[in-house]
Write a protein that binds this ligand. Structure first.
Ligand SMILES: Nc1nc2c(c(=O)[nH]1)N[C@@H](CN(C=O)c1ccc(C(=O)N[C@@H](CCC(=O)O)C(=O)O)cc1)CN2
Length: 291
């Protein structure tokens, strides 16, 4: 039997409509328009396209967005100064620096410079730390989107064996943590894992965040597993594909996310959600998650 294809695109449409309503309520009731500042460094075509998609999504939801673009020659100090500027601007609720950054810039120093209260990417160590101890925080958008996609299926996460392939700070590590919070049993695999298939075949929910086109074939998947594909790989033909060999794995899985149209649109949706949340935090008496 072929798997149900889980459309992140459809779920994103639904969630973005809800966010748009809440943005409009905030505007009407408190005269606050959520605002996201985006900093893009360099000319990477993929980053440019993700930033364009974020801006379009903001516009459609009624969220204001500000884009600042810099050449890859920008110094770290200049970049930190721009972040200070947005940290100090009360009309800006979210700040995002598109990753990756050029090699001469220390990514962690940049992320740490963003006020945790405006870190709508959820990458700041304060937000990551709060997430680890189940305190309210901005959750990283891709992992958050994945959890929302799984929750949209009529299946319980509690007690399920989740296997995450990949241990990046922005996807692999946090998605395991968020699913642990949902009472899943979580195993992490990575490039040094021995006999990967013997572990991934135990997964009720398999999350592939490897970054290599179609590397996960049916031999890695248990019958009836839920397969979430985080990869966005561009083939020489120009076509996009995930880390999972979709055509063969869909014959084995119960649910599978496509690429494009799966996790990607949910990443941007959760960014809108976090930006709205930040503006709502400012509007309420306790201005931050931590106060
Ligand atoms: N500051 C950040 N940088 C990066 C993040 C992030 O969350 N914050 N994540 C990725 C890139 N990313 C968002 O920035 C992102 C990647 C993919 C998609 C997406 O919608 N993909 C589409 C296909 C798009 C295409 O046609 O190229 C899909 O999967 O359907 C959205 C956002 C690294 N950097």
């Amino acid at each position: 039997m072929s798997a149900v294809i889980v459309s992140g695109k459809d779920l994103a449409v639904e969630k973005r409509a809800f966010i748009k309503e809440k943005v409009s309520e905030l505007h009407m009731e408190k005269s606050i328009q959520p605002c996201l500042a985006v900093i893009l460094v360099g000319q990477d075509p993929a980053s440019q396209s993700y930033v364009r998609a974020k801006q379009k999504a903001c516009e459609e939801a009624g969220i204001k967005s500000i884009l600042e673009e810099y050449p890859s020659s920008i110094t770290q100090e200049e970049l930190l100064n721009r972040i200070t500027h947005f940290n100090d601007d009360a009309s800006v609720h979210g700040i995002l620096v598109q990753l990756p950054l050029p090699d001469h810039i220390d990514e962690l120093a940049v992320i740490e410079h963003i006020s945790p209260n405006k870190d709508v990417d959820g990458f700041h160590p304060v937000n990551i730390g709060r997430m680890m101890i189940d305190q309210k925080s901005f959750l990283p958008c891709t992992p958050y989107g994945i959890v929302e996609m799984i929750k949209s299926l009529d299946v319980s996460i509690s007690g399920k064996h989740v296997v995450v392939i990949g241990r990046s700070n922005i996807v692999g590590k946090p998605v395991g943590q968020l699913l642990l919070k949902e009472d899943a049993t979580v195993t992490y695999c990575h490039s040094r894992t021995k006999d990967l298939a013997s572990i991934t075949k135990q997964a009720d929910i398999l999350i592939a965040a490897v970054g290599r086109a179609k590397i996960i074939g049916p031999e890695y998947v248990k019958d009836g597993a839920i397969v979430i594909d985080v990869g966005v790989n561009r083939l020489e033909t120009g076509k996009l594909c995930g880390d999972v060999d979709f055509e063969s794995v869909k014959e084995k899985a119960s649910f599978i996310t496509p690429v494009p149209g799966g996790v990607g649109p949910m990443t941007i949706t959760m960014l809108l959600h976090n930006t709205l949340q930040s503006a709502q935090n400012q509007a309420s008496e306790n201005k931050t998650f931590s106060s």
